[in-house]
Every structure is written in C-alpha cells, then in structure tokens.
Design a binder for this molecule. Structure first.
Ligand SMILES: CC(C)(COP(=O)(O)OP(=O)(O)OC[C@H]1O[C@@H](n2cnc3c(N)ncnc32)[C@H](O)[C@@H]1OP(=O)(O)O)[C@@H](O)C(=O)NCCC(=O)NCCS
Length: 408
C-alpha cells in the first residue's frame, strides 16, 4: 500500500508575521495603583478581546493556541492562564491555551514559542502575551530556591535580587557611572513624554475599567511615568540595593501591573484572511550569563542571533531594549559601540518611564517596534531584546514589511 503523502503544511518552514500587539495601560503596583482592585487575569481578558475587536477579519475559531506568560503562576495568574483567559475572553472552547514562564522575557518567550509552532506548520494563527500584577504578586512571591543554589554558592546570593545584579553590573563596567545611568533615565522619561504628546504611544492601549474608593473609572494611560525628570532630580535618590550604590528608583524600572498581547500568524494565512503584517520574524535567540550580572544577557543573545542570521549590528535600524535598569541598557550599547543618545535606541522611551510588569514587557517592545517600522520605511531590520532574571538574555530580530529598499 502506498504511504499517504504528508500535507504541505506539515513540517513546513513558514514566515511568521506579527499582526498587531496591544496592551493595557501600565499601573503602579500597590494599594494606590490603578489596578489595586483589578485581577491579573482580567487584564489579559481585556487584551485578548481588544485583539479580536480590532480584527473582525480573524474568525476566532482560527486561533490555534493562546500562550500567556506570568512570572508568578498562582492565584489570578495561575490555573494555566492562557487557557482560563481565553475562555473568559469568549474565545470558542475549541481554542486551547497554556502558560509560559521565563520571568521578564515571558511574553517574548510566548511569542517565540508560538512562532516556532507557526514556522514548523503546527499552527496558522496564535495569540501570545503576558501579564504581571506585581501588586497582587510581589517579586519572589512563594519562591523556594533549592538550598544548593545559594548555600553551595552555585550562584552568588545577589543573583536573586535584581537590583543587586544591576549594582554588580556597574562594578563590572566601571565606565558606566551613576551619572551616565541617570542621564539615560532622564532621556527615557523625556522621550516617553514626547512620544505620548505626539500620539505615538496611545493607539496600542486598551482602556480598562477600574474600581477605587471613588467608584468606577477608566485607565487610559500609563501611571508610572515621571515627566520633567532631570539628571539633577535623580542625583540624590536613595540607592536601595547597596549603600552608596548607583541604582535608584529613578534609573530602574519600577514595580508595575499590566498585560500585553499580540496576534502572530503564518504570513500566507494572514494574507488570505486580510490580516495586516506589521513585522516578519527573522530569528530569535536566548543565551545564559552569570546570574549575578543578569543584565548583560542581551549581549550574547544578540551576538548569537546576529551570527545565526548573518546580519551585523550595523544592519539594525531600530532597537527596542527593555530598560529593567539603565546600567543594563548601557552595557549593551557600550558593547556594540552605540552612543547612549542614539535616536535609533528606544526612540519612544522605555520601561524606566512606562514601567515593566515583568512577563508582559516583551510584547510591549514588539508592539512599539512594529509601529516604528510603519513610520520608517527606510529601516529594514529591528531588534527587540531584554535581560532576564537568573542570568539570561533574549533577542528577536524583525524585518519591516514596509521597507522601501532605501538604506537601513
Ligand atoms: C528601585 C525600587 C526598589 C524603588 O521602589 P520604591 O521605593 O517603592 O519606589 P518609589 O517609586 O517609591 O521611589 C522611591 C523614591 O524615589 C523617588 N523617585 C522615583 N523616581 C523618580 C524620578 N524619576 N525623579 C525623581 N524622584 C523619583 C520617589 O518620589 C520616591 O521618593 P520618596 O522616597 O521621597 O517618596 C523598585 O522600583 C524596584 O525594585 N525596581 C526594580 C524592579 C525589578 O527588579 N524589576 C525586574 C528587573 S529584572
């Protein structure tokens, strides 16, 4: 009997398209934050519903999977949040879902994981995103590190406190002074404020109904930014992670609540359905570094990916780097010989201004890059990259479908 031939989509290598990303406004974690009385899973539901609302051309039953990341997977961030959020968002019960964790790179890993499925031919369309309600789930909640990790000095104890890893990074790269970190932080706040004023940040936000003692309200904008921040106002802030240290509340991302999500699709399927293609994935890479200097992770992740793709850093026209800490962005820029005021880097500011709800941030970077691509047809390739707790970095290179063939 003749063997049945495989369908052409089985084990296919296909182009992965980023269709669109959205996010909730980001809030400040804590009793006074905008999401103090909002569940984490409800933030994800808002995001999924918004993606479907914006794309009526996408039949919801065509979504092959929903991957949602959270660092702390318990309570309203537990119970396989990709599945529960999909059900709550009204996706057909036939659409499955799952949960992902790679700490700060959770949403990035959700995207790369579903992209692997799309490229391989297991999926045509997927939703990927992340959430972190750091108010309801403070960093480190419920962790129980194996004693051998710390007691046997497998890693330095500072590796478990992200702010201390940032101080360690300042030690490793003495050229990155506190002054440079503060200058970078003030620039992030200023660029973010300019981007909001110019209407560049805003279209990707989905308003969220919120409740406080004043009654019901609507969250329509990010809560963490501190416009008007200057190097002088940053100079004398406390250094909570080390006496006379360099890392402050002003040159670090804060503790935040928020959710993000994006539609990823096989490019041909996207075209068939009439879904827009905002970016094409070129490749992705994750790499490990010493956990006590986790902030340097984006360097080997990017080096590895450049090598794999045959591109050089000079081919990259736009960079979206997660700003967990200013020092960690500066370590990346110094490594690649890029000036810290370079307009290609975080042109709309970054997490120091808008916030970093851990597992959600990767899709914020991608969403912003996709919108910048539309404005920059002269740019062919862009990077999203971030550092990850316990000593990792993740990088994704994207191609601009609007590239007009001119330089960069
Ligand atoms: C740094 C950190 C400990 C600060 O937490 P916090 O003390 O609750 O932060 P606050 O927002 O209250 O800021 C502390 C002070 O700095 C001030 N401040 C913060 N940003 C400022 C700015 N841009 N300009 C001027 N002052 C600023 C605040 O007004 C506050 O002043 P006060 O003490 O007089 O009230 C916390 O944000 C943190 O842990 N960040 C890192 C998060 C992290 O590790 N993420 C994972 C990355 S891998």
């Amino acid at each position: 009997m003749a063997a049945t031939p495989l369908a052409p989509t089985a084990r296919a290598v296909r182009t992965v398209a980023f269709v669109e990303g959205v996010r909730t406004p980001f809030g400040k974690a804590g009793d006074k934050g905008i999401y103090a009385n909002t569940r984490a899973d409800d933030l994800v539901v808002k995001v999924i519903r918004e993606l479907l609302r914006r794309h009526p051309e996408l039949p919801p039953e065509r979504v092959d999977d929903v991957a949602i990341a959270a660092t702390t997977q318990t309570g309203d961030q537990g119970l396989t949040i990709g599945r529960t959020a999909a059900l709550l968002a009204g996706l057909p019960r036939s659409v499955p879902g799952y949960a992902i964790d790679r700490m700060c790179a959770g949403a990035m890993t959700a995207v790369t994981t579903v992209a692997g499925g799309i490229g391989f031919g297991a999926y045509d369309i997927a939703i990927a995103g992340g959430v972190e309600h750091m108010g309801r789930h403070p960093m480190g909640e419920g962790v129980d590190p194996n004693p051998r990790i710390v007691a046997d000095r497998l890693v330095d104890p500072s590796a478990l406190v992200m702010g201390q890893t940032a101080e360690n990074l300042h030690d490793r790269f003495p050229a990155i002074t506190k002054r440079r970190a503060d200058e970078y932080a003030a620039q992030s706040q200023e660029r973010y404020a300019d981007a909001v004023k110019a209407g560049k940040i805003g279209p990707e936000l989905v308003p969220v109904a919120i409740r406080s003692e004043l009654g019901w309200g609507l969250a329509t904008e990010d809560e963490p930014p501190r416009p008007g921040t200057t190097v002088e106002t940053l100079a004398n802030l406390k250094t909570p992670f080390r006496p006379h240290g360099r890392v402050t509340a002003g040159n670090a991302a804060g503790l935040n609540d928020g959710a993000t999500g994006a539609i990823l699709a096989d490019e041909e399927t996207a075209r068939e359905l009439g879904l827009p293609v905002a970016m094409r994935m070129v490749g992705y890479s994750f790499a490990g570094v010493d956990p006590e200097v986790m902030g340097v992770g984006p360097v080997p992740a990017t080096e590895k990916l450049l090598k794999r793709t045959g591109l050089s850093i000079d081919d990259i026209g736009l960079f979206e780097i997660n700003e967990a800490f200013a020092v960690q962005v500066l370590a990346f820029l110094d490594h690649f010989g890029i000036d810290q005021t370079d307009p290609r880097v975080n042109p709309w500011g970054g997490a120091i201004a808008c916030g970093h709800p851990l597992a959600s941030s990767g899709v914020r970077l991608m969403t912003q890059l996709s919108r910048q691509f539309a404005e920059h047809p002269e740019v062919r390739y862009g990077i999203t990259t971030m550092c990850i707790g316990l000593g990792m970095g993740g990088t994704v290179i994207w191609e601009n479908p609007a590239y007009d063939g001119s330089d960069k």
